[in-house]
Write a protein that binds this ligand. Structure first.
Ligand SMILES: O=C[C@H](O)COP(=O)(O)O
Length: 271
C-alpha cells in the first residue's frame, strides 16, 4: 500500500492523466467538466490524492477557463515544453506561456518523445531547467524497452536516464520533482508491469536519489507508475510502498474510468 503514517500518506499520491494527442479543445472542456462532476459525486478528497490532467497544448486555454471559472481542484499541465524561453524556435512552446496558462506541471522525457523526437538526456536536462525557471513541476519520465528488460538491465538503464536528466541539478532545485517510471513495453499494450515490477523500480529510483542527494530528499520525491493502468489494476500497483501514483494514458480519456483510478483507495484492501 502506498506508504501511510497515522492515516496520512507519506507522500501525497498523484493520479495523472496524459491525454497524448487526443481531445480537441471542445472535447477537453467536456472531459474535464465530466471528470470534476464524477469526482465530486464520489466525494473525492483532493487534499489526500492529487488529480492532474495533461491535455494537448491547444486545449490548455479552454481548460484554464473552466478550472478557474468553476474553481475546480483538478490540476493540469503540458505534455512537453521547449528548453528555450522565446525566439526563433518554430513549433516550440515556452514554459513561460504554459505557466501563464495556469499549468503547474509538465511532462518531460516521455518515451514517445524520446523515441519519435530523439530527445537526449542533455535536452531533457535543459527542459527540466526551463520548467523550474517557470515554476512548473517537472514530471520526468523514465523507463526501459522490452529488449533491455529481457536482458535484465532495466534498473541500470532507468537509473542512467535519471542521472542524465538530473545532471548538475541540486536537491533544492528539484524539491518538487516527480518521477514517472513507464516501462515502454507496457505503454498502450494492455501488458501491465506487475505490482512487484513497479515497486522494484520505484524502490531502486528512490534509493538512487538517496545516494545521489540525501535520504530526506528521496523520501519526498513522488514516484509514479505508468503503463496500461486501469481501475482494475491500480490498487495492486499502488500497494507498493514506493509507488506514489500513476501516469495514465488511454484510461484517462474516459471520465468515469479515470475517476475510478483516482479514487483507488476505495479498492485498496489493507492486509
Ligand atoms: O503517459 C502515459 C503512459 O504512456 C501510459 O499510457 P497507457 O496508460 O495508455 O499505457
Amino acid at each position: 500500500m502506498t506508504a501511510q503514517k497515522d492515516g496520512q500518506f507519506v507522500r501525497r499520491p498523484l493520479i495523472a492523466g496524459n491525454w497524448k494527442m487526443n481531445m480537441d479543445h471542445m472535447q477537453a472542456v467536456a472531459l474535464v467538466q465530466k471528470l470534476a462532476w464524477t469526482l465530486d459525486d464520489a466525494g473525492h478528497d483532493y487534499d489526500r490524492v492529487q488529480v492532474s490532467v495533461f491535455p494537448p497544448f491547444t486545449d490548455l486555454r479552454g481548460v484554464q477557463t473552466l478550472v478557474a471559472g468553476d474553481r475546480l481542484r483538478i490540476d493540469y499541465g503540458a505534455q512537453d515544453l521547449s528548453d528555450k524561453d522565446s525566439g526563433a524556435y518554430t513549433g516550440d512552446i515556452s514554459g513561460r506561456f504554459l505557466q501563464r496558462l495556469g499549468c503547474t506541471q509538465v511532462l518531460i522525457g516521455h518515451s514517445e518523445r524520446r523515441e519519435v523526437h530523439g530527445e537526449s538526456d542533455g535536452l531533457l536536462n535543459a527542459k527540466i531547467r526551463a520548467a523550474l525557471a517557470h515554476e512548473l513541476v517537472p514530471v520526468l519520465c523514465v523507463g526501459e524497452g522490452l529488449q533491455v528488460r529481457n536482458a535484465g538491465e532495466h534498473v541500470s538503464h532507468t537509473l542512467a536516464q535519471l542521472d542524465g536528466a538530473l545532471e548538475g541539478l541540486s536537491a533544492e532545485e528539484l524539491a518538487e520533482l516527480v518521477v514517472a517510471y513507464e516501462p515502454v513495453w507496457a505503454i498502450g499494450t494492455g501488458e501491465v508491469a506487475g505490482p512487484e515490477d513497479a515497486q522494484e523500480m520505484a524502490s531502486a529510483i528512490r534509493a538512487h536519489l538517496a545516494q545521489r542527494y540525501s535520504e530526506e530528499f528521496a523520501a519526498g520525491v513522488r514516484v509514479l507508475y505508468g503503463g496500461s493502468v486501469k481501475s482494475s489494476n491500480v490498487a495492486a500497483i499502488l500497494r507498493g510502498a514506493d509507488v506514489d501514483g500513476a501516469l495514465v494514458g488511454g484510461a484517462s480519456l474516459e471520465a468515469e474510468e479515470f475517476a475510478k483510478i483516482a479514487t483507488f483507495e476505495k479498492h485498496l484492501v489493507t492486509e
